[in-house]
Every structure is written in C-alpha cells, then in structure tokens.
Ligand binder design. Structure first.
Ligand code: ADP
Ligand code: MG
Length: 326
C-alpha cells in the first residue's frame, strides 16, 4: 500500500498523540513549541542513517526506526543529558505503508522506553535515509564533555564492545562460519545481530555518571578511535588493557576479536573517565543501573593511547579488519 505524505505523518502522529510536560505544540503546525524548566540547559544531537552507508540495503524497517533514535539517545547519554523531544526527517523512495508502519512502531517503542516525544519532522521522497534531531536537557552547567579528563583518572567502558560489528558482519554475510553451527553458536550470532540492529543506549547510566565522570564519549566508531577522541580533547594520553572479549573470544581468533573491539563500532556503550578515588562510586552507580562496567585503563600526562593484552603490547591493525567493513 502506498501512502501520501499526509498519511505518513499521521502514522507518526498516532504514535505520539499524548501530552507531555514541557510540550506546548507538537506535530501538525509549522513548527513545534516546547519549554524547559528553569535551571536547565538544552542539549541537542543529530544523526542520520543512510541506506548503504549506515544500514544494509533491505534492512528491517524496525531496525532502522530503532537505530536512528538509539544513536541519538547514545549521544545525549554521553553528555549526561536526559532526552525529551525528537524531530524526524524521513526520505523514502516509495511510500510503502508496511515499511513506514514497522519503522514508526519500533521508533515509538524506543521513544516510549526513554520518555522521548516526537514533536515534528519532514517527509520527502528520495533515497532511503532517516535523520533524527534529539533534544534533551541537563541542570545548568552539568553536561559532561570529552575534554575534562585529567592524568591519573581511571578509564571505564560499559558493557561489551565489538559485538555490534560482529553482528554487522554476520548480517552482511562477511564472516565465514561453518554451515553446521551448533545451537550455542547460533545463539551467539543472534546476540551479535541484536546488538547491531537494536542497540540499547546507556541513557540512565549516562545521566547518573554526570556526578562523577570527568569526561565521556559514546562508542560509535570503536573503542580505540572513540577513546582517542576523548584523550585528544582532554589533552592527555592513556595506557589501557584490552578486557575479556566475552563471546567474541569463542567465535573469532584473538587478533580478529581484538580488532572488533578496537575498531568495530556501533556498540553505543559509554567510555568515560573518573578520578581514582571515585572508583567505589562508579561501581555503585553501575550496580544500581545494572550496567556491567570494566576499568580498562588510566589517563597519563602526554599524548597517545597504548594498549596491552594479557601483559603484552598490542595495537589496532586496521587493515586486518577491512573485510568487515561495508
Ligand atoms: P511544512 O510544509 O510547513 O514544513 P509539513 O507538511 O512538512 O509542513 O509537515 C506538517 C507537520 O507534520 C509539521 O508539524 C511537521 O513537523 C510534521 N511532520 C512532517 N513529517 C514528519 C515526520 N516524518 N515525523 C514527525 N512529524 C512530521
Ligand atoms: Mg516540510
């Protein structure tokens, strides 16, 4: 079934018909109107997903709808911000009602889970892509940047990194697994695909960390790359240890598993720094939010990021990983 622009907008409007504190005017007028309580600052992120670049041609509509919001939620989480309002710009080659319905349902489910209201957007015919602008807030001055880490700070990583890239490789058929997979392996492969298609950003944990983190970034490009961004912004270096690689260690040789960790990306975990004396508080918050957290290193004066694994120096190879890239 083909939908007109108006009926596409109606699909989204139906999912977001309720009222919300701070929402003055939502979908339907020329622009949305919202207000923030006194004492809070607006925090805004925007990210696009383009078919063939950020998702595979033919990817499930639900996955695209989920991810385009998830990647923005992750950016706000990394600022320590609560998310409130989103706008969605959707470009679709043909107004396929089934596709739009599944996209909107998944988008709305994730939005509900994180208290996000869709307040407007744009709908155009064109190559398949979706752009979300997400607005959130922090108490004035309490946002967490990339540039606040100091020498001596501990460096932490939430969850597991590398799984999403393994999932992307499985979905694109770029990994060579036996045809005769065991039940256990099939279940691990489903976990990887789930991490890629339906990532769950660490929003509540990111917000909680604003009391203790000196610097934070979300892992969208891979731990090595994103931690390097944080260190450069903070004007320091670091020594870090590759953590246990979890399921990856079962399905990949050590070099490949480590590359997935270093450069895989799209895990939407949080990488953050905190003073050494805050370690008990970091662990307490992690337990309170049921988020696994690993201390992976220490910031040092100077520049550069050096890694070791099981006591020996290692470095991202980059090229060994190329066959996983789209
Ligand atoms: P205009 O021509 O004034 O830009 P539109 O016809 O593009 O208005 O949009 C009408 C209303 O529907 C606006 O409030 C706009 O924000 C909203 N809207 C359009 N597309 C979307 C979308 N994909 N998701 C949510 N709201 C949308
Ligand atoms: Mg418009």
């Amino acid at each position: 079934m083909s939908l007109s622009e108006t009926s596409i907008i109606d699909v989204f409007r139906r999912h977001f018909a309720g009222e919300r504190s701070g929402l003055v005017l939502g979908i339907g007028d020329d622009a949305a109107v919202t207000s923030l309580p006194a004492g809070r600052q607006l925090v805004t992120a925007t990210d696009s997903l383009v078919e063939g670049t950020h998702f595979l041609p033919g990817a499930a509509a639900a996955s695209v709808g989920h991810r385009v919001l998830a990647v923005n939620l992750s950016d706000l989480a990394a600022m320590g911000a609560e998310a409130h309002w989103a706008t969605l710009s959707l470009s679709i080659p043909n107004a396929d009602g089934e596709w739009v319905g599944q996209f909107a349902k998944a988008f709305a489910q994730l939005a509900d889970e994180f208290g996000v209201m869709l307040v407007g957007g744009d709908t155009v015919r064109g190559p398949l892509s979706a752009t979300v602008t997400l607005m959130g807030s922090v108490p004035t001055g309490q946002f967490v940047t990339r540039n606040g880490a100091c020498a001596g700070d501990d460096i932490y990583l939430s969850g597991a990194a590398g799984y999403a890239a393994a999932g992307r490789a499985v979905l694109s058929g770029k990994t060579q697994f036996d045809n005769m997979q065991s039940e256990e392996q099939q279940s691990r492969l489903r976990t990887y695909c789930q991490r890629f298609e339906y990532p769950l950003p660490r929003v509540a944990f990111g917000v909680a960390l604003r009391t203790v983190a000196t610097a934070m970034i979300d892992v969208s490009d891979g731990v090595h790359i994103d931690l390097s961004h944080l260190l450069t912004a903070s004007n320091i270096g670091a020594h870090a240890t590759v953590p246990e690689l979890g399921l990856l260690a079962t399905d990949f040789d050590n070099d490949t598993a480590r590359e997935l960790f270093f450069c895989g990306g799209e895990d939407y975990e949080l990488c953050f720094c905190a003073p050494a004396e805050s370690a008990p508080e970091v662990l307490r918050l992690a337990a309170e939010h049921a988020v696994p957290v690993t201390r992976i290193g220490k910031a040092v004066a100077g520049s550069g990021l050096s890694w070791n694994q099981d006591g020996r120096p290692v470095a991202p190879a980059g090229s060994a990983f190329e066959h996983f890239q789209d």
